[in-house]
Design a protein around this ligand. Structure first.
Ligand code: FES
Ligand code: FES
Length: 167
């Protein structure tokens, strides 16, 4: 039996401990926001947090997360830093097809939780394992900077000017 916590919920399971965490999240807990890309720890689509650190859930067996706290994309927006990241993603219109974006957001949130003012080099290192086939890298970087600045909320749309009433 393996015991751990997922998004604040205590989990105990008799699933084979060699099962990749990604499959357990998706198939047993129906947390399908975390994506399968390469299955070889090469693309970052499957990134989740384990005790606050970004890891590749496709290549992490359940046995490796015993006793640990796992956070997924489904709840990252409930954390202060995750909320800022998601607001910045919207403000910068980062997403294209979206497939890689759960992983991108999880890596960005982990970075900003530890480094409130990352340099370009810090961002490059933290995000280097997250591949985007749509090439959203520049917008990802811009959004991380917006989130770091605390100005992530999209501006409300301006109300259209009213035409003066005819006399
Ligand atoms: S699916 Fe895990 S790194 Fe690609
Ligand atoms: S937005 Fe399409 S793969 Fe990244």
């Amino acid at each position: 039996m393996v015991l751990f916590t997922v998004n604040g919920e205590r989990i105990s399971t008799n699933v084979n401990p060699s099962t990749p965490l990604l499959w357990f999240l998706r198939d047993n807990l129906q947390l399908t926001g975390t994506k399968y890309g390469c299955g070889m720890a090469l693309c970052g689509a499957c990134t989740v947090h384990v005790d606050g650190n970004p890891i590749r859930s496709c290549s992490t067996p359940l046995s490796a997360v015993a006793g640990k706290k796992i956070t997924t994309i489904e709840v990252i927006g409930k954390t202060p830093v995750g909320k800022k990241v998601q607001e910045a993603w919207l403000a910068e219109d980062v997403v294209q097809c979206g497939y890689c974006q759960s992983g991108q957001i999880m890596s960005a949130a982990a970075l900003l939780a530890k480094n409130k003012a990352p340099t370009d080099a810090d961002i490059d290192v933290a995000m280097s394992g997250n591949i985007c086939r749509c090439g959203t890298y520049n917008r990802v970087r811009a959004a991380i900077k917006v989130a770091a600045s605390g100005k992530g909320s999209p501006a409300p749309a301006a109300a259209p000017a009213k035409k003066p009433a005819k006399a």
